[in-house]
Design a binder for this molecule. Structure first.
Ligand SMILES: Nc1nc2c(ncn2[C@@H]2O[C@H](COP(=O)(O)OP(=O)(O)OP(=O)(O)O)[C@@H](O)[C@H]2O)c(=O)[nH]1
Length: 537
């Protein structure tokens, strides 16, 4: 019949099937199974919550079972054992990657594949494939539970999980003490990098410039060193996440991004966490967090070994004394190790733009970098940190984060709450963005010096010493009428910290601000905002 189609359509023409129409008597919910459904649009990045703390349950793959088989022949009446060993289970591996910037791509449960069973003719089972999960650069691993051997006797500590590697903190140099902790042998195996990364390679010791250095000295011990303030000195830290309990309701809370329920519940629990067991700081670094179990022995191997061991242990003279039970226990694959971890992002950017809602942080980020965050004339336009690269002419680059607006009471979870105070902890330098025009012309806003005091107090309430980071002030909206006068008043009231008058919309004052940020980042200047030095009415 093909020639008829050919005749009607002509050579080289193809008959396209018209899309099937749905008969009217079918319900509206009906859809053809072979017609691909239209994919819903992914929520824009701005609407998705940044996941900077993540709980992970990991389980290594079980080892495959060994095989029990005999190869008989005419000459060998009883047969020779030829059962192969089971394959090893896969490992769960965390890989550091610059392609991801938070933990939103991760699943809470990561299980590696089981090893294959051994077969006859002495064939070993296949090795279970590893489960590799990508985590962002700067991921710190805290151990909640796991095999006791994971970090036993590590006497860990209140290593501050928030310390930023290489922070511009020259004053603390004297108060820093080197601590070292012995982590037992299996931890060394666990933390062994699979690649030849300078930080975790087995032979290489302490090449990293970062706070936490994991060095593999003798095979029997792993030494973990870090720099730490002298204040906290307890061997093991008990954390209570009090903040979750303070559940204050407020108008602003309506806008608050919903916390992941599961994580909230877990955080409420009191638990002993071993902080900073390891840290991933360079792309490509890998760390095994759960090991696969060994495969069971096939009877080709186990018979030899068990004969020896049984005769040795029990004084049995004949290999036939091997009982079936013993054989079975050898043949069973070993279970993989399990651990529960908390992953935390240590740093999201070098500079954090902090300010009240509507201060112009997003506009400023756009002026400083190529980032184009959403800008709106209403409060809480920014719901997750936006990150931009601030590039200098000599190819020096600084990461700047526009952090969602803070309001008074944020430490008690008002407004966008704790999650966003946490983002601030993950920045090295603080740029306080104040709105010079907030209280101008009878507007109901707060004067800039009070904005500053509130911001610094919120940071201190959330975590003592947080406002002590190297800081500068951005006096935004200098273009507004009367802002010049407010700026002069601000300069009179706050003297310790450099203030940069800026109009983000017109990009005025931005080059001077860039230079100021550079000085703080490279450590040539150091200024801190002290609440007591802000003169308010
Ligand atoms: N006149 C003037 N207006 C500005 C300037 N910078 C920002 N704005 C305006 O201020 C409003 C708020 O700007 P955003 O950049 O969204 O402020 P934000 O601090 O990111 O706000 P949140 O997302 O709520 O934290 C917008 O209407 C901007 O156009 C400035 O330098 N001068």
């Amino acid at each position: 019949m093909w020639w008829r189609w050919h005749q009607t359509l002509g050579p080289g023409r193809v008959l396209l099937r018209s899309p099937c129409r749905k008969p009217p008597w079918l319900p509206s919910s009906f859809s053809y199974s072979d017609v691909p459904k239209k994919k819903g649009k992914l929520a824009p990045l701005q609407e998705r919550r940044m996941v900077d703390r993540f709980r992970l349950w990991t389980k290594g793959g079980e080892g495959g079972n060994g095989c029990c088989s005999y190869r008989r022949s005419r000459t060998d009446r009883y047969g020779r054992p030829d059962g192969g060993n089971g394959g090893r289970g896969g490992d769960v591996i965390l890989e550091c990657s610059s392609a991801v910037w938070d933990f939103s791509n991760l699943q809470h449960h990561l299980n590696a594949q089981r090893g294959g069973n051994g077969t006859s003719k002495s064939k070993a089972g296949s090795r279970g494939s590893d489960k590799v999960a990508q985590v962002p650069v700067g991921t710190v691993i805290h151990l909640v539970s796991g095999e006791t051997s994971y970090a036993e006797n590590s006497s860990i500590t209140s290593l501050d999980p928030w310390e930023i590697p290489g922070a511009v903190d020259t004053d603390t140099a004297n108060s820093v003490q080197q601590k070292s902790v012995k982590v037992n042998a299996s931890c060394s195996a666990l933390m062994k990098d699979l690649h030849t990364s300078p930080l975790y390679s087995e032979d290489d010791v302490n090449k990293s410039q970062h706070d936490v250095k994991i060095s593999f000295g003798s095979p029997a011990s792993t030494e973990v060193e870090w720099d730490k303030d002298t204040e906290d000195d307890e061997p093991c830290c008990k954390t209570t996440y009090e903040e979750i309990k303070d559940d204050q309701t407020d108008d602003a809370n309506e806008i608050r991004v919903e916390e992941d329920e599961e994580v909230m519940k877990e955080e409420e629990e009191e638990e002993v966490v071993r902080y900073s067991v390891a840290e991933l700081t360079q792309p490509g670094q890998r760390i095994i967090v759960a090991r696969g179990g060994e495969g069971g022995l096939g009877n080709a191997t186990s018979k030899k070994d068990s004969r020896k061991s049984v005769s040795y242990c029990n004084g049995a003279s004949s290999p036939e004394t091997l009982d079936g039970e013993y054989q079975t226990s050898l043949a069973a694959g070993r279970p993989g190790s399990e651990s529960v971890l908390i992953l935390e992002l240590k740093s999201i950017a070098d500079v954090g733009l902090i300010g009240m809602p509507n201060a112009g942080k997003s506009t400023l980020l756009g002026a400083l970098s190529m980032a184009r965050p959403t800008v709106g004339h209403y409060a809480f336009t920014t719901l997750r940190p936006n990150i931009g690269n601030l590039n200098y002419e000599d190819f020096f680059s600084v990461k700047v984060a526009d952090i969602p607006g803070l309001i008074k009471g944020a430490h008690a979870n008002r407004g966008l709450g704790h999650a966003f105070l946490r983002h601030i902890e993950r920045t090295r330098v603080l740029a306080y963005v104040v709105d010079l025009a907030a209280a101008l012309d009878g507007r109901k806003g707060i004067p800039p010096w009070e904005q500053l005091r509130d911001l610094a107090l919120e940071l201190e309430h959330h975590r003592e010493g947080l406002s002590n980071r190297p800081s500068l002030i951005v006096a935004n909206k200098i273009d507004e009428e009367g802002a010049e006068h407010v700026f002069q008043e601000l300069e009179r009231r706050v003297q310790d910290v450099p203030i940069f008058p800026v109009c983000s919309v017109l990009q005025e004052g931005v080059p001077e601000l860039k230079a100021g940020i550079r000085r703080l980042i490279d450590g040539s200047e150091l200024h801190r905002l002290c609440v007591d030095n802000i003169l308010t009415d």
